[in-house]
Structure formats: C-alpha cells, structure tokens
Ligand binder design. Structure first.
Ligand code: FES
Length: 157
C-alpha cells in the first residue's frame, strides 16, 4: 500500500533535515515521524523515506532493522515494553514480565487479537535508578510492583 507523508510531517522532516549537515543524518528523525504517522515501518514507508530524503533505501533499512524502537509490523495501540536488564532484573523484572505476559495472554513481540496491546522484552531503557520499570508507548512507569503494573494495565482503554 502506497505511503505518503502528510503535509505537516513533510514540514517536520524539512526542519529535521535543516539540523544536520547531510540528509543521511536525518534518517532517524524521519523514521520516527514515519512510525508516528503509520504505526510501523513497512517497505513502502522505507521507500518514501528514502525518496523524501533523496538517499538510498538501504540506509533506511539499516537504521530500521538496527534500532529496536522501530517496528516493521503493526504493533498494539499500547506497546508495553518490559525491561529485564540487570538493574530491573535484580529488582523483580521477571516477575513483572511473567505477570504482563499472563495478563495479556501474549508472548514477546506478539499483539493481542483486538490489536490493543503488544508486548516486548527490552534491554536497559536508561531508568535503572528507578527499577523495575515498564514503558507503554513513550511513557515510563518506574519503581513498579506487581500491584502497580496491574493498575497501569487496567487503566489503559
Ligand atoms: S536495567 Fe532497566 S532501565 Fe536500566
């Protein structure tokens, strides 16, 4: 399916482009904007990013497949990311991971049948001092207990 950036997003990309000495350096900003608009980065989206920046698609592909924050398939409305790296693990992250998996009924990188939730086990998200933590889309929830996790998931409509 063909993908085109909205006029507003084209302006945002132009602003991003002006921050850097080369178009190549604006790839991450542009992929971020594309994911915000489309929900994930399909082949057609990568082609349009390359087209808009005037670069080879292989550069877009290398960025999209290197960074785990970019998704190449549709994820849930709420993308739940549970950190199980060292600090979080030492403070009970695997209990939270098992709890979230059980509650949502899905495994790593799966989406619930209604499209509401997706789940990802992630590496350190830079909030180690507030471990254990979970991110839902771009919101961080820190110093978690199983009760707090239950509350957070129940609050998501
Ligand atoms: S180890 Fe979980 S945020 Fe750093």
């Amino acid at each position: 399916m063909e993908f085109k950036f909205t006029e507003e997003n084209l302006k945002r990309i132009e602003l991003a482009r002006e921050k850097y000495p080369t178009a190549l350096a604006a790839v991450m900003d542009t992929v971020y904007i594309a994911q915000e608009q489309n929900g994930y980065i399909s082949n057609e989206v990568m082609e349009e990013i390359a087209n808009v920046l005037g670069i080879d698609k292989v550069y877009v592909l290398s960025v999209v497949t290197f960074y785990t924050m970019y998704h190449t398939k549709p994820m849930g409305k709420y993308h739940v990311q549970v950190c199980t790296n060292v600090s979080c693990m030492l403070r009970g992250a695997y209990d939270i991971w098992d709890q979230v998996k059980g509650k949502l009924g899905i495994e790593n990188m799966q989406v619930t049948p209604d499209g509401k939730f997706s789940l990802e086990e992630v590496e350190c998200m830079g909030a180690c001092g507030y471990a254990p933590m979970v991110a839902v889309n771009e919101d961080y929830f820190e110093n978690l207990t199983k009760d707090k996790v239950e509350e957070i998931l129940d609050s998501l409509k």
